[in-house]
Every structure is written in structure tokens, then in C-alpha cells.
Ligand binder design. Structure first.
Ligand code: IVH
Length: 735
């Protein structure tokens, strides 16, 4: 990768990079979720997300409204219907200084120049750091609730919103419009957040990063009972589509919301001058730490709805409102020790363990130290790195937490450094598995990577779970019913340590049943605690019939003879994505041959003496293969795996002779006999080109059930359309 290390990005480069990453990650999300056709591996995706996080950690002020990190904790929604907002959900322009606020008011004055005597009134209220939601009421009844989504289209989360006590199912009082979309913020209090963390820790459950992300995750639960257990809150502060204005002003409209049964911020005021607005900003800021929930600024809005309408909108933002942000909150504490965590890709990530301190209402005990150079304050060439800090155990540090952003160290208070504090020695050995941890040289820049990485791969427990998740993932062995969640469960229960163990799970049926039952029990208990109800007819573990289990074991067995390319990809060797795996499969035909060449290459002084020159395979991949096959500890893991699994030798199809060779093919609808990526790979092997959309260049459309617009486009263009079976026959795979 030719990417600049995060630590040497300038402010403007960082802004550019965050923008690029937001767009790129959004595009990959779309390909994965909407098109069901990801173009990068999970690991590559994670690398993008991590880079985004790292940059945000260094530049908290640059965090974008559309940042992927603001979606963290919101697992990909399954099965939420899309809702198009009748009136788009907007975001707000930001002000950071008093001068920015003065400019905002001046813009208003100039716009309303015609009415010189007009005294414009504004409202001022806290900007709640949660998730916005839109609630549609018809004749006073809550009929539909949606997330903001991209502002134009959100997701239907009505059932989950109905569990929030602050949201009336029926409006109270009278005088509400026939139809109105009430908008406001769903948030989680610190107390609730801490309680959830405690409940989760007690059962060894997941860790929660902050109240906002947790609220987001809680809203996107498939089971509303889980949402209910999170005790989310809601403030109403705006509205979208409505058949009548609630009142002539913003302030009075929000007061109406209160009469109708909503919670509204008690800190909302009406003000006439900039001085009053700024004074209120400081009043709110003073109360910030005692509110019990996150706010990240104060929102000013023009009060008269008539003036709001006249002033109007610019791209996605009202001109008549602005969010005056608070500076990041800071606190002082000490570094008690420095731990090294081994990440999913083997990266050694240093973490400072702090004396617990409250920043912005959340207790901070850990903070990332990014990497070795950051801790030293200079890089391996002795050059000082920007914001590098020379932090030592025992140091007093100032930390900050800006809104949603992960806390970070702002500076070390050198005056308070203990006399005996010594520079931190970064380990060169993986603390988890004892393998050497090295810094790679980036081939393009010739520079050392800022991260030190464990070379233990499969034998390193820290990397094992991630490796296992990858092993069963979609482009890899794709074992149905064995997703990341079950892998985690089985790994933690000691039932699956390496990939080979997956194939012997069946032999440990009672233990598997017990692990699954334990989880169900736990979930039921949590639900019970949340709802206050107790279950009747609790069946014992033995009584439960896990029909699903037979299915799971059958799905595992069905994968004992995987395609070679999938198997190679599944091994999770660094830099070997699906495409490279396919190239290797084609080149070596059998796993035995790949292993043989891999090992010889690892032994050779010059890898090029052994490894054939292959189109599309460069030194990065060759070195990765060398590392993998040269690591003797991977041998045992591979041997055990190959005792269970027999990858099919790769047979090169006669592409030139194939009927579809040279043709452009589009797959649409649901395929029943193969996955999309399988279909694509198969077609490409036969020399066809696979396109994502139908155009005049398309030769053939393979349509399964549920095919929609592409099918129509094909018939409009007179392109041949066939079903899956015909396709299989045509490529000589038909039964
Ligand atoms: S008004 C027409 N008021 O901030 C303007 N937004 O940056 C619509 N937010 O997506 C928003 N507190 O999620 C408004 N008191 C408040 C708010 C608020 C939090 C959020 C909201 C919006 C984002 C815009």
C-alpha cells in the first residue's frame, strides 16, 4: 500500500483521507449489503475501517458526520425495510468559535436586509449526541419510525422505537396535525451505559465503546426485546413532513411536542442577541458533565418558521440553524502500565492503562498508544513524528475525548514525570504466542511499517479467532450456520482452536449443545431481567432439541471437499485475497503442490529461483507465502486440517472452446445452485466477462427468481435471458 502513515499526515491530508475513506467504505458497504457482491476481503475492509479510526483518533475535530466510525456498533441491518423520508433529514452547519456564530447571525441579517427593523429571534438548545429518528404520527397514532440513514432513505425500526418509553404510542392532548413526522434524538444515559457494560462483563459478553454507538446498535436489533432492555431515551426537537405547522415558531412548536407527550430538552431557550446565545452556550457547557448523557454542542435555530422558510437550505443543511460545538473535554491522569494487545491481523497494539478518570461522563481507563514510534516520539530514523509523545510508565498525561471519538493522549506533563521513569521498550516478541514480531518494509516507499506484527499467524491465539472467522466466511469455506458469532462461542468454550477442529465438532456434540444452550439461557435471562417477566415452562438443557445442530454438522460435512481456490483463500495468508487465491489454484492445481513449492521457496535464498513467475503475483505475495510456509508451526495446523479436508484439484476448463468465452454475462436474481461469487469465478474461468449491470454490451443475462430491473433492461435491449439450469448446461455443468 502506498498509504502515508497516519502519524505523518497533515491536517489537510487527514481531512482529504477521511473523506476518501468515508466514500470508499460506504461503497464497499453497498456492494456487500445491497449487491451481495463484495470486491474486497473482510481483512482489507477492516484495514480501511481501522485506518479511518486511527486518523480520527489523531484528528478528532475532523470526524465527519458520515464517518464509518459513527456507524460502528450498528451491525449490518438484516431485514429492516427501507423508508424514504417524505422530507429529507438534514444535518447542521457547524460553528467552532464565537466568531463563527457572529458570522451566522450576520448572514441572517444580510439575507433579511429588506426588513431592516426585523429583530430575528433564535432558539438555543443542547445538541444531543445520539441518533436521529423520524416518527410518523397519523391522526395521533405512531405508525412508523425510521433511522436517518443517508438523510433521504432510512430504515424502518418502528418495532424497536416502540419500546422507548419517551416515545408516545398515541399523542396526548389535542390540536396535533393529521399527519406529522416528529424528529429527535435517541440516546443512552451514562448510567444505563455503565449498567449494560456491567451486565455484559458479568457474562463475559461484548465490550461497549460508548453510549452513542451502543444506542445505535440497540436500535438496530432484530429482537425488540433487546432494544427494550437498553432503556433508550428520546428528545423531540424538530419535525419533517406535516399537514400543518405545530405553531408559528420553533420554540412554541417544541412546547407543543411536550403537551403531546414527548420529552423535550429542558435547556431550550429563546434568545434575541448573540450575547444571549453565547451566554446560554456557556450555561449549558457548565452543566454538561452533570447532565448524565452526551451532548456535543448547542444548536441555534431561527425561531420564526416563516423566516426559516424564507432563508431556506443549502446542500443538506438548513441556512437558518447552526451547531456550536464544544471543544473536546480533557482530563489529567497517570499511566499505570503499558500493555500490548495483539490485533486480528497480528498487529501489536500498545495500550496505556490509566488511573480511571471521567471525561465527558464516561470513565476512561485505557487509551491507545498507536505504535512504537508514537510512544518514542520519533521514527526509526530518529526523526520526530508529529504528535509523537515519549510517554513512559508513571507519566502524568492529559487525555481528551471529543464526542464520539476514542480517547487519546493530548500531551505528557513533563514536570510531573517521576525521576525513575525510563523510556518504554517495545517488545520484539509477540506477548501471546512468543513468535518474533517484526516491522515490514513497505516495498513501494522502502520505509518501515509503523506497526510491529506477530509472525505467528495460525499458531497465535490472538489471530486464531479472526482466522477462524475468515475460514468460514463467505468467500472462503462459507459454512452455513457457522458465522462469526458461533465461531466466537466455540472458540471461547475451547471447542474450536484451529480450523481442523471445526470438522471434528460433531464428535463433541454434548459440549456443543451445552455451549449453545448456555448462550440461549443467557440471552433469555437478559431478556427476562429487562422485561421483568419470568418464564414459565423452562425446559432443561437436555430436553431441548437442537434440530439446528444436525443441520450445522451437515453443512460442515458438505464442505470437506472445497474448491482449491476457496481453500487457499480460507487459509488467511496475508495479502492473499480471493483473486490471488484463484491465480495460485490455477497455477498449482493441488494443495500439495502449493505447499511443496511454498516450502521450497521459503528455504531458498532467492525465492525467484524456486517460485515460478506468474502473472499477477508479485513479491508481496511471494514473501507472504514464504513467511507462511516457512513457519514450521503452521505445519501442524495445516496437517491437521488436511486430515479433515480434501480440497478438490483445480481443473482448468477449456476456456477457448467454451460457448461463453469472450461473452459479457450479467447475473441477476437469486441463484440457487451456487453463490454469486462462485458463479462469477466459474464464468471468468471459462473466459467470460461478468458485468454488474445490463447494457448494450451485454451478451447474456442469467436470471434467477426475484430478478427485477436488470431483467427488464435485458428484454428492452433484446438480450438473451436464460435461467440458472440452462446456464449450467451451457457451461457443461448441467446435471
Ligand atoms: S435539528 C433541520 N436539533 O445533529 C435541522 N439536531 O448535525 C435538523 N442533533 O442529524 C436537526 N441534537 O441527529 C437538531 N437539538 C438538536 C439536535 C440535533 C442533536 C443531531 C441530529 C442531526 C445532527 C445534525
Amino acid at each position: 500500500m502506498s498509504e502515508k502513515p497516519v502519524d505523518s499526515l497533515s491536517q489537510s491530508e487527514a481531512a482529504e483521507e477521511l473523506k476518501r475513506l468515508a466514500a470508499e467504505i460506504a461503497e464497499h458497504d453497498r456492494r456487500y449489503h445491497t449487491e451481495d457482491a463484495p470486491t474486497i476481503s473482510d481483512a482489507e475492509y477492516d484495514a480501511l475501517a481501522l485506518r479511518n479510526l486511527a486518523i480520527e483518533g489523531r484528528f478528532p475535530d475532523l470526524v465527519r458526520e458520515d464517518s464509518p466510525s459513527r456507524r460502528v456498533g450498528a451491525p449490518p441491518a438484516e431485514g429492516f425495510a427501507k423508508v424514504r423520508h417524505a422530507v429529507p433529514m438534514l444535518s447542521l452547519a457547524k460553528a467552532y468559535t464565537d466568531q463563527d456564530v457572529a458570522d451566522f447571525i450576520e448572514r441572517g441579517r444580510r439575507f433579511f436586509d429588506r426588513d431592516k427593523d426585523l429583530g430575528i429571534a433564535f432558539t438555543a438548545e443542547p445538541k444531543i449526541d445520539g441518533l436521529s429518528a423520524s416518527l410518523r404520527y397519523e391522526n395521533g397514532i405512531f405508525v412508523q419510525g425510521a433511522t436517518r440513514g443517508d438523510g433521504a432513505v432510512g430504515e424502518d425500526i418502528t418495532a424497536n422505537l416502540k419500546t422507548i418509553a419517551d416515545i408516545p404510542k398515541k399523542l396526548q392532548g389535542s390540536g396535533w396535525p393529521e399527519v406529522i413526522e416528529i424528529r429527535g434524538e435517541v440516546y443512552m444515559t451514562y448510567a444505563e451505559f455503565e449498567a449494560l457494560k456491567r451486565r455484559s462483563a458479568a457474562i463475559g459478553g461484548q465490550d461497549y465503546v460508548n453510549p452513542r454507538n451502543t444506542a445505535a446498535g440497540s436500535l438496530r436489533q432484530k429482537d425488540p426485546a433487546v432494544t427494550a432492555s437498553r432503556n433508550l431515551k428520546f428528545f423531540a426537537y424538530a419535525w419533517g413532513y406535516t399537514t400543518a405547522d405545530p405553531a408559528p415558531t420553533q420554540y412554541d412548536s417544541v412546547q407543543k411536542f411536550k403537551e403531546w407527550g414527548f420529552k423535550v430538552s429542558p435547556l431550550m431557550v429563546r434568545a434575541k442577541s448573540i450575547d444571549e446565545l453565547i451566554a446560554h452556550y456557556h450555561r449549558i457547557e457548565e452543566q454538561r458533565s452533570s447532565l448524565g448523557y452526551d451532548i456535543d454542542g448547542v444548536v441555534y435555530k431561527v425561531d420564526q418558521l416563516e423566516l426559516q422558510r424564507r432563508w431556506g437550505f443549502v446542500t443538506g443543511e438548513p441556512r437558518w440553524a447552526v451547531a456550536h460545538k464544544f471543544p473536546a473535554e480533557q482530563a489529567m491522569t497517570t499511566v499505570e502500565k503499558i500493555d500490548i494487545q495483539v490485533g486480528r491481523t497480528g498487529t501489536l497494539a500498545p495500550v496505556a492503562r490509566l488511573a480511571p478518570v471521567t471525561v465527558g461522563g464516561v470513565v476512561v481507563e485505557n487509551v491507545t498508544l498507536h505504535n512504537e514510534d508514537y510512544i518514542k516520539g520519533f521514527d526509526s530514523n530518529g526523526q520526530p513524528i508529529r504528535d509523537g509523545i515519549d510517554v513512559r510508565i508513571g507519566d502524568t498525561v492529559v487525555i481528551q475525548r471529543a464526542g464520539d471519538v476514542i480517547p487519546q493522549i493530548v500531551r505528557v506533563v513533563i514536570d510531573k514525570r517521576p525521576a525513575d521513569a525510563v523510556p518504554y521498550e517495545f517488545p520484539h516478541i509477540c506477548p501471546v504466542c512468543g513468535s518474533p514480531a517484526t516491522r515490514e518494509i513497505n516495498e513501494k516507499t522502502g520505509k518501515e511499517d509503523s506497526r510491529r506484527r506477530c509472525t505467528g499467524e495460525l499458531i497465535c491465539a490472538a489471530q486464531a479467532v479472526e482466522g477462524l472467522r475468515h475460514f468460514v466466511s463467505r468467500g472462503a469455506l462459507d459454512i452455513e450456520g457457522l458465522g462469526a458469532e458461533n465461531i466466537d462461542l466455540f472458540f471461547n468454550a475451547g471447542l474450536v482452536k484451529t480450523a481442523a477442529d471445526i470438522f471434528t465438532l460433531k464428535d463433541r456434540r454434548p459440549a456443543v449443545t451445552k455451549a449453545l444452550a448456555g448462550r440461549r439461557e443467557e440471552q433469555a435471562r437478559l431478556r427476562e431481567a429487562a422485561s421483568g417477566r419470568t418464564r414459565k415452562n423452562v425446559r432443561s438443557v437436555e430436553e431441548r432439541n437442537y434440530e439446528g445442530l444436525d443441520k450445522l454438522f451437515a453443512a460442515i460435512d458438505a464442505r470437506r471437499e472445497p474448491e482449491l481456490d476457496r481453500f487457499i483463500f480460507a487459509l488467511g495468508i496475508r495479502h492473499i485475497g480471493e483473486t490471488t487465491a484463484a491465480v495460485l489454484a490455477r497455477q498449482f492445481s493441488t494443495i500439495e503442490e502449493l505447499i511443496r513449492v511454498g516450502k521450497e521457496t521459503a528455504k531458498a535464498e532467492d525465492p525467484h529461483d524456486v517460485f515460478p513467475s506468474i502473472n499477477g503475483i508479485g513479491d508481496t505475495v511471494i514473501n507472504a507465502l514464504r513467511d507462511f510456509f516457512g513457519n514450521e508451526r503452521n505445519d501442524d495446523v495445516l496437517d491437521a486440517l488436511l486430515a479433515q479436508v480434501h480440497p478438490k484439484p483445480y481443473v482448468v476448463e477449456i476456456s477457448a472452446g467454451s460457448e461463453v468465452s469472450g461473452k459479457t454475462v450479467v447475473f441477476t436474481g437469486t441463484l440457487e445452485k451456487m453463490t454469486r461469487s462462485e458463479a462469477k469465478a466459474m464464468a471468468e474461468r471459462l473466459g467470460a466477462k461478468v458485468a454488474g449491470s445490463v447494457s448494450a454490451k451485454t451478451d447474456l443475462v442469467v436470471a434467477g427468481p426475484g430478478a427485477g430491473s436488470k431483467l427488464k433492461a435485458a428484454s428492452d435491449l433484446g438480450i438473451e435471458v436464460i435461467d440458472e439450469d440452462t446456464w449450467l448446461q451451457r457451461i457443461g455443468r448441467g446435471g
